[in-house]
Design a protein around this ligand. Structure first.
Ligand SMILES: Nc1ncnc2c1ncn2[C@@H]1O[C@H](COP(=O)(O)OP(=O)(O)OP(=O)(O)O)[C@@H](O)[C@H]1O
Ligand SMILES: [Mg+2]
Length: 120
């Protein structure tokens, strides 16, 4: 389902690679925990999975679709992040407001949004 293939990543302001030759695969329904020292690159891997950053070399695949600009919408539709304290992730004070926020971010038209919110 999710696959890292020989991934190398460094931040633009750094000479050293933070991630060197990262290889792993996660299958549907499988849980994977990444553990490591502070600064070892766990959050950086998460940002690559979200396509927030782009690796310098190697490939990342989601359902066999390679991470590239063309597949960005597909990746964003299928990857979600839950923060350590999920309460901080609520932006609205009601379920309706929170769902509307997500729909706005996806550029859903007001008309379509009204239909979706009516289903709540
Ligand atoms: N925006 C950035 N620019 C430059 N270097 C960064 C940036 N973000 C993180 N780093 C560096 O990349 C390395 C990996 O950081 P990362 O945040 O991925 O580690 P982590 O394993 O999530 O750490 P922690 O356990 O503290 O959350 C660290 O050396 C960090 O200083
Ligand atoms: Mg971190």
């Amino acid at each position: 389902m999710l696959r890292f293939n020989n991934v190398f990543f460094k931040y633009y302001n750094s000479n050293d690679y933070i991630l060197k030759n990262i290889n792993f695969q996660v299958e549907e329904g499988e849980w994977l925990t990444i553990v490591g020292n502070n600064g070892s690159g766990k959050s950086t891997i998460t940002k690559l999975i979200c396509a927030q950053y782009e690796q310098q070399s190697g490939d990342i695949f989601l359902y066999n679709k390679i991470y590239n600009l063309k597949n960005l919408d597909f990746i964003r539709d299928n990857i979600a992040v839950v923060f350590q304290n999920p309460d901080n992730q609520f932006v609205g004070s009601t379920v309706e407001e929170d769902i509307a926020f997500g729909l706005e971010n996806k550029n859903i038209s007001q008309e379509k949004m009204d239909d979706i919110l009516l289903m709540l």
